[in-house]
Design a protein around this ligand. Structure first.
Ligand SMILES: Nc1ncnc2c1ncn2[C@@H]1O[C@H](COP(=O)(O)OP(=O)(O)OP(=O)(O)O)[C@@H](O)[C@H]1O
Ligand SMILES: [Mg+2]
Length: 508
């Protein structure tokens, strides 16, 4: 990605939009690129200082504080100084001035005048807002978060400052670096420093401190959430086909799998009836695969406070996920996240369809090992693009559990509450709970426990049966919706439970 910036700069793209909040790092990177042949001078504009040559703090150019004056200055430089016709002009935070028609016009004039020269303008800003006038002229680039090599510099510096413990083993070093992936340079610096201050050293034992700091930082940005699930895949009853699929791919992100020639899995969509374990199985996959699970909260991506804010949020979240990869990006309730975005009525000035578009493009083009795990239960609200073949590796349908699976779910939840399963007639429980989802089974069990607990006794088979009888399962109150979903899924999705597969084979 950094190479991409280098290529764009060297190929003399006249206008590059660099999205980043790490100004210093980005400036450094540009300055390094400018050192390469052909060498170029770098000027930096801010509204507070005007145009200043990079690395020459006293070289303030007078009367260049206003955006127009600065752009004009950049444009005219060539006439006065024809040999040095190759400067790079970085404009920091020019985006608030795009409302002014003069700014965009000056920019267009400047770009036009750059033809045949080696000058370029780089717009640097934490948000991406491109005025329509410039859309065709600009190349947008996300400045990537630091990679292992850059983090290594940060770590080395920190170790040197710490004095002691400089001899860190290669493995420990790698673990410390990996733990900080996904952070900006400043954040990584702080995290290492904090770990060092807390423990008095930086060794493999401090990896956990670094990790937990990182989790907090990621949580603070509010869009991604680092989820730690204690349950294993054994806590999910039934869904044998889906489990098999997931287990087969446990090592799909290893070097070995690449050498073998396997493609990287892209993602999966789990559709199904509410309360049947979709979210649960998605969360347990993290442990199964040994990969971090990042939940993307689409509700928080949307932010109408500023134009381009939502897009920036999404970009940042995806950028973080990519830098932590291999990782699982968990989007629960995809149907709610993108409801109506592909639809016609746009109440938010097109933001949701733009977000949806950027997300699809990202999914399409991503090469980093980020596995998208999405769940949904309202197919009709899901934009059709998601269902198209090839977008996800597989679309699974999770149906209501059959009798055998219900037995298994009872067993799981009884065991979880430290009860002896042998005391209960699972066969009977499964029979009376026909049409119940996993969540409803769990709720009935808990209700039975409350009942008995209030009477200060242990709960029995009869308490559970009574609780089941008192429950109206969703499949009965919303029969139509459930049937419609099943009919739809039968043709388009792969059944998550083996039993459904048999049932399907009988149907067709
Ligand atoms: N197959 C199952 N095995 C064991 N427990 C289950 C199963 N399905 C549901 N449960 C229990 O019900 C709870 C809720 O299930 P979960 O949140 O995974 O459902 P969901 O399919 O994501 O529903 P929704 O569509 O409403 O989001 C789980 O945390 C679990 O305790
Ligand atoms: Mg769910």
């Amino acid at each position: 990605m950094k190479e991409e910036l280098s290529i764009l700069v060297q190929a003399q793209y006249p206008l590059i939009y660099l999205v980043t909040s790490e100004e210093e790092r980005a400036e450094q990177a540009i300055a390094t690129i400018a050192q390469m042949r052909p060498q170029r001078r770098v000027f930096v504009w801010t509204v507070t200082q005007g145009m200043v040559e990079f690395g020459q703090p006293r070289s303030v150019q007078h009367n260049t504080v206003s955006p127009q004056a600065a752009i004009e200055w950049a444009m005219n430089r060539q006439q006065r100084d024809p040999q040095r016709d190759s400067s790079i002009f970085i404009f920091k935070d020019l985006h608030p001035f795009f409302n002014d028609p003069q700014t965009t016009r000056w920019l267009r004039d400047a770009i036009a005048s750059f033809k045949g020269t080696q000058k370029s303008i780089i717009l640097m800003s934490p948000v991406q807002t491109i005025p329509i006038e410039l859309e065709k002229e600009v190349v947008v680039l996300d400045f990537p978060l630091p990679d292992m090599a850059e983090l290594n510099q940060v770590l080395t510096q920190q170790l040197e400052q710490g004095g002691r413990g400089r001899k860190v083993s290669t493995e420990a070093r790698e673990k410390l670096l990996r733990a900080a992936l996904g952070l900006t340079k400043d954040e990584a610096e702080k995290v290492y420093r904090k770990a060092q201050v807390t423990a008095g050293r930086l060794t493999e034992a401090e990896v956990d401190i670094v990790l937990s700091e990182k989790k907090q930082i990621i949580r603070r940005n509010g869009i991604l959430e680092y989820i730690e699930e204690d349950e294993t895949i054994d806590a999910v009853g039934g869904l044998e086909e889906l489990k098999k699929w997931l287990m087969q791919r446990s090592n799909a992100f290893t070097e070995r799998a690449r050498e073998y020639g396997l493609p990287q899995p892209k993602g999966m969509l789990i559709l199904g009836v509410p309360g049947c374990g979709k979210s649960l199985i998605a969360k347990t996959t993290s442990r199964l695969w040994g990969l971090p699970l990042l939940r993307l909260d689409m509700g928080r991506v949307y932010d109408g406070s500023m134009v381009g804010r939502s897009e920036a949020n999404l970009r940042n979240a995806l950028k973080t996920a990519e830098s932590i990869s291999p990782a699982i990006l968990f989007i629960d309730e995809l149907d709610k996240a993108f409801a109506g975005s592909a639809g016609s009525a746009d109440s938010d000035g097109g933001t949701s369809s733009r977000i949806f578009g950027s997300f699809l493009t990202w999914m399409q083009e991503k090469t980093s090992p980020v596995f998208v795990m999405a769940t949904a239960n309202r197919v009709e609200r899901l934009p059709g693009e998601f269902l198209r073949k090839g977008r996800f590796d597989e679309i699974f349908f999770v149906d209501l559990p059959n009798a055998e699976e219900r037995q298994e779910i009872f067993k799981i939840h009884l065991t979880k509450r430290r009860r002896d399963v042998a005391r209960f007639d699972l066969d009977q429980l499964a029979k009376v709970s026909d049409g119940f989802s996993g969540a409803e089974i769990e709720q009935a069990l808990v209700a039975a426990m409350y009942e008995a607990f209030a009477q200060e006794r242990e709960f029995t088979q009869l308490d559970i049966i009574a609780a089941i009888k008192a429950t109206q399962p969703l499949s009965r109150t919303m029969t139509e919706q459930v049937t419609a979903l099943r009919d739809w899924a039968r043709q388009r999705a792969r059944p998550a439970a083996a039993s459904v597969a048999e049932y399907q084979r009988m149907e067709f």
